[in-house]
Design a protein around this ligand. Structure first.
Ligand code: FAD
Length: 508
């Protein structure tokens, strides 16, 4: 009889865990609280009919560069990447912009006197992206397979973005460009390791690009679901059986945790059941192994009675990171950028100079709200006509705010867009605002609006969420969300690594 596994949560990491378990011959039941799988990789109609918006992730260097996703050939399951002519645009107040090409030689022509230092920084990592991704998209090892590459990477990545930018680059524009990329870390740019995101995402930009999926982030999720439904036809009794929507768990006074199980027919093979929030693992039947695509705070509720006091104390110390304040737009026209070349890039970083971006990120890290926030903006409909009705457009924008902030950043966020695109407000047909609380309401893992599953500071890069990483104090329960290594981003590597550990221990 085949062994059975349960996965709580169908985000990219939950689905990756489920696929890895199914590949190893286990029958997997996935339970997802929301009506649609995908977690923060979902595409929803948030504004007007016909306008499709990425609820969470929009731009996907770590997905296209993920060793696990690449092993699945997701293009055979409908996933299609779109690369905008420039990967990234960074406009300035004088009406000009840097547009950074994926091609490093072409990019150098944008960077003037900083062409050489940019190349020296990015080329060694871009040229060895596969090795780098295999090393950094997993728990950090003291004995890496590529020691020279990793020593070189560590030397740069462990620095603050401020120290790296000021020591390597001459030109204020290049410093600002690097600040915008590094600010994806959601750290203050003078914190140790705040350069890591700048170096990693910069190298990814030149190695694999910063593409968007045709149809939105949901296409990544759909491809993963499709793969799961096909991944062990010979070994299982049947294909993955998708149950949607469902009342698989009915409230009951008799069962532990107040729930009685009414499970889908698992004889059909693996299952994915949506609209089913698991409140307590005790409500589930016995599984050989349970992987939880949730953050530490949720695990304490789900499995507190199964965990040791010591481990629970460690989990309780886990730090959540700052939040985002996000707005999705339905637009009459493309954004009227002062620097028209911004129309060449799916991603635009709005923050002006290094100093301004650094001040914005420092404010957010110290519990304040920046007067002029650093805004990350995506304009997918320019390159993917499936996102909006003909000749209409969408935009996705957010800025960083303190965790659980209730401050209304809309005027400041839109003032930043207007600053670089006067007349933007006149293009808006509709907008949908997601405060930190709004984000958490739509995906329980986004605690206080934290999009990374916990602060990505140096300590939590190493011990995420504890020294045990994926394992917990209960031998059959594992964590597999972005609260484990390597952390936030759509790459599936947390789920894949957690499932590998679970399988190894089951087989031991
Ligand atoms: C606004 C925003 C912008 C982002 N931008 C990008 C980007 O451009 N590029 C990028 O790579 N990454 C981006 N990210 C980050 C990325 O989306 C996440 O890091 C990634 O989705 C994490 O995957 P996960 O599977 O760990 O968690 P999630 O995607 O959060 O999935 C967790 C799932 O578990 C479910 N769940 C939780 N508790 C239960 C329960 N008790 N019972 C059943 N189900 C449960 C949730 O409903 C959810 O579906 C962004 C995220 C957000 C929110």
């Amino acid at each position: 009889m085949s062994r059975r596994a349960c996965v709580i949560g169908a985000g990219p990491n939950g689905l990756s865990a489920a696929i890895t378990l199914a590949q190893a011959g286990l029958k997997v039941d996935v339970f997802e609280a929301e009506p649609q799988p995908g977690g923060a990789a979902r595409t929803l109609d948030l504004t007007l009919p016909g306008y499709h918006h990425d609820f969470g992730s929009a731009v996907h260097p770590l997905a296209v560069g993920s060793p696990f996703f690449n092993s699945l050939s997701l293009q055979n399951h409908g996933l299609e990447w779109i690369h905008s002519p420039a990967a990234l645009a960074h406009p300035f107040d004088d009406g000009t912009a840097i547009t950074l090409s994926r091609d490093l030689t072409q990019a150098e022509s944008e960077l003037g006197q900083d062409a050489k230092p940019w190349r020296n920084l990015m080329r060694p990592f871009a040229d060895h992206w596969t090795d780098l991704a295999n090393e950094v998209l997993r728990p950090i090892s003291l004995f890496p397979s590529h020691p020279f590459l990793m020593t070189n990477f560590g030397r740069q990545a462990l620095r603050s973005a401020k120290s790296l930018a000021h020591s390597l680059f001459q030109n204020d524009r290049t410093k600002a460009l690097f600040a915008g990329i590094a600010a994806h870390s959601v750290l203050s740019l003078d914190e140790p390791s705040s350069a890591a995101a700048g170096v990693l995402l910069g190298a990814a930009l030149h190695a694999v690009g910063w593409p968007i999926p045709r149809g939105g982030a949901q296409s990544i999720t759909s491809a993963l679901c499709s793969y799961l439904s096909h991944c062990h036809p010979e070994r299982s009794e049947g294909p993955t059986h998708f149950v949607r929507p469902t009342n698989a768990l009915q409230a009951s006074d008799d069962a532990p945790g107040g729930y009685a199980a009414n499970f889908p027919d698992t004889s059909l093979g693996s299952t994915l059941t949506t609209s089913t929030r698991i409140e307590n693992l005790a409500a589930l039947p016995n599984y050989d192994v349970t992987l939880c695509d949730v953050t530490p705070r949720q695990l304490l509720t789900l499995a507190g009675d199964r965990l040791s006091s010591k481990y629970k104390n460690q989990l309780a110390k886990f730090q959540y990171g700052p939040a985002v304040f996000k707005v999705d737009y339905a637009l009459r026209d493309p954004i009227p950028w002062k620097a028209r070349e911004c129309l060449q890039a799916a991603t635009v970083h709005l923050g002006g100079t290094f100093e301004e971006i650094a001040a914005s990120e420092k404010a957010m890290r110290t519990g304040h709200h920046a007067e002029r926030p650093f805004v990350l903006l995506a304009q997918p409909s320019l390159f993917d006509p499936t996102r909006a009705p003909a000749d209409r457009h969408t935009a996705w924008a957010y800025c960083h705010v303190p965790n659980a902030s209730t401050f209304d950043m809309l005027p400041r966020l839109e003032a930043q867009i207007e600053r670089f695109a006067p007349g933007f407000r006149d293009c808006i047909l509709a907008r949908h605002i997601l405060s930190p609380a709004g984000l958490e309401k739509m995906d329980a893992n986004l605690i206080g609006g934290d999009i990374s599953g916990g602060a990505m500071n140096l300590r939590q890069l190493l011990f995420r969420p504890t020294r045990r990483q994926y394992a917990t104090s209960a031998p059959d329960i594992y964590l597999c969300s972005s609260s484990t290594p390597p952390g936030g981003g759509v790459h599936g590597m947390c789920g894949h690594q957690a499932a590998k550990l679970a399988i190894n221990r089951l087989n031991a």
